[in-house]
Write a protein that binds this ligand. Structure first.
Ligand code: SF4
Length: 246
């Protein structure tokens, strides 16, 4: 491991048998970089970072690479993403040497249309996300014991209680989920991106603070929530990846 900033006590938070809520609270107050480094030290190849190449995710990817340049990461290519997002993924692989796995849904876009109708994202977005995001995510996490993600409490009301460390059930197994920047706000994210000169999605400069699939993302108006442009006009606020229960 490249970075040795973590203490053995911090690493034990990722190995210990203690109640996960207590361990999560013990991690509060440590820097995100220390937390990520300790998690990677404890879980090594069985740790993986999920990313959609959103702004916050880039910060987590950068810190994870600083802790361990070969850290594993994955990206779910739903087939309905913006070209700007796939271009950004390519840049991170080529320019920054990111160890990235691209995960595809079982059904291609045409096969999905043939089985479920032309615009499943409009008729049944939960099913569309289940097929194109949730199932591929479960596959990507097979064998992993630590899932690192970039959720933040200030992103949306659905995320305001996000713990740094939790146990979640994925594909019938219980694993640890680490959200090392749960306590960061949007300003901290952008300060980090500019300070570290990270390549980011140009759509963020065109009114898209949160970028998902083309069918389900619109730019936001001034004063709207960061995630207001996702599934706009529908009750849906989450794709389901992060609704896994402990
Ligand atoms: S975000 Fe929209 S298009 Fe993408 S998988 Fe979910 S429902 Fe389908």
């Amino acid at each position: 491991m490249k970075l040795k900033v973590m203490t053995s006590r911090l690493i034990e938070m990722f190995r210990g048998d203690g109640e996960v809520g207590e361990r999560s609270r013990a991690l509060e107050g440590h820097s995100a970089l220390e937390i990520i480094a300790a998690g990677l030290e404890a879980h090594r190849e069985r740790a993986v970072v999920s990313t959609a190449f959103g702004a916050a995710g880039l910060c987590v990817l950068d810190m994870a690479q600083k802790a361990w340049p070969e850290v594993r990461s994955y990206y779910i290519d739903t087939g309905f993403g913006f070209p700007e997002t796939s271009d950004l993924a390519e840049r991170w692989v080529k320019e920054r040497g990111l160890n990235l796995q691209k995960v595809l849904p079982v059904l291609g876009a045409k096969e999905q249309a043939a089985q479920y109708g032309d615009a499943l994202w409009a008729s049944d977005p939960d099913r569309c996300c289940a097929l194109r995001k949730v199932e591929p995510n479960e596959r990507a996490l097979v064998g992993a014991t630590l899932w690192i993600a970039a959720l933040r409490r200030d992103e949306a009301s659905t995320r305001k209680h996000t713990p740094i460390l939790s146990e979640v059930k994925v594909g019938g197994r219980t694993i640890l989920k680490l959200c090392p920047i749960a306590g960061w706000d949007q300003k901290e994210v952008w300060r980090y991106i500019h300070t570290h000169n990270l390549p980011y999605n140009p759509l963020h400069d065109r009114g898209y603070p949160s970028v998902g699939c083309t069918h389900c993302t619109r730019p936001v108006e001034a004063g709207e929530d960061e995630r207001a442009g996702r599934w706009s006009g529908k009750a849906k606020t989450e794709c389901g990846l992060h609704l896994t229960k402990g």
